[in-house]
Design a protein around this ligand. Structure first.
Ligand code: SF4
Ligand code: SF4
Length: 133
């Protein structure tokens, strides 16, 4: 879920575009707005999008993965970058950091763009700032 938070809190996070987060762990959840926007962008109906590009996870939908375990929209870069899901746009400034700031360092272990030495207060302040509409 290569992120585009380069201009916000850049001392904490600077995406290297390595694509590691677009592979395997966790999965990428889609909101209804994500489904509508991405369907339009790639020129399919929402029904086709759901059936061909997503997989179920309880009552929610995840972006499907290819055989290489990468997100189906990964091809050296994110091929839906302008409309990528909210979850990808927000990363790594996500609500679970506010539940437990330790999640920042856990995530940073597999995301080279995240500052592993960041002070706790700066992380929490930044997550709050970015999550505020
Ligand atoms: S939508 Fe793009 S940024 Fe998000 S996981 Fe897929 S390839 Fe990565
Ligand atoms: S793992 Fe981190 S640095 Fe690599 S693309 Fe994803 S967000 Fe960017």
């Amino acid at each position: 879920m290569a992120s585009d938070q380069k201009n916000s809190c850049s001392g904490l996070f600077d995406c290297t575009l390595c694509g590691d987060c677009c592979k395997g762990f966790g999965g990428t959840y889609l909101t209804k707005a994500d489904i509508d926007t991405i369907s339009r962008y790639i020129g399919v109906t929402t029904k086709e999008f759901i059936s061909e590009y997503t997989s179920p996870s309880g009552s929610k939908r995840l972006i499907a993965q290819g055989e290489n375990r990468y997100c189906i929209f990964w091809d050296k870069v994110c091929t839906i970058h302008p409309v990528k899901p909210r979850m990808c746009r927000q990363w790594p400034f996500i609500p679970s950091i506010l539940v437990d700031v330790g999640n920042w360092w856990a995530m940073a272990a597999s995301c080279p763009g995240m500052n592993q030495d960041a002070p706790e207060k700066e992380i929490v302040d930044c997550v709050k700032k970015i999550m505020t509409p």
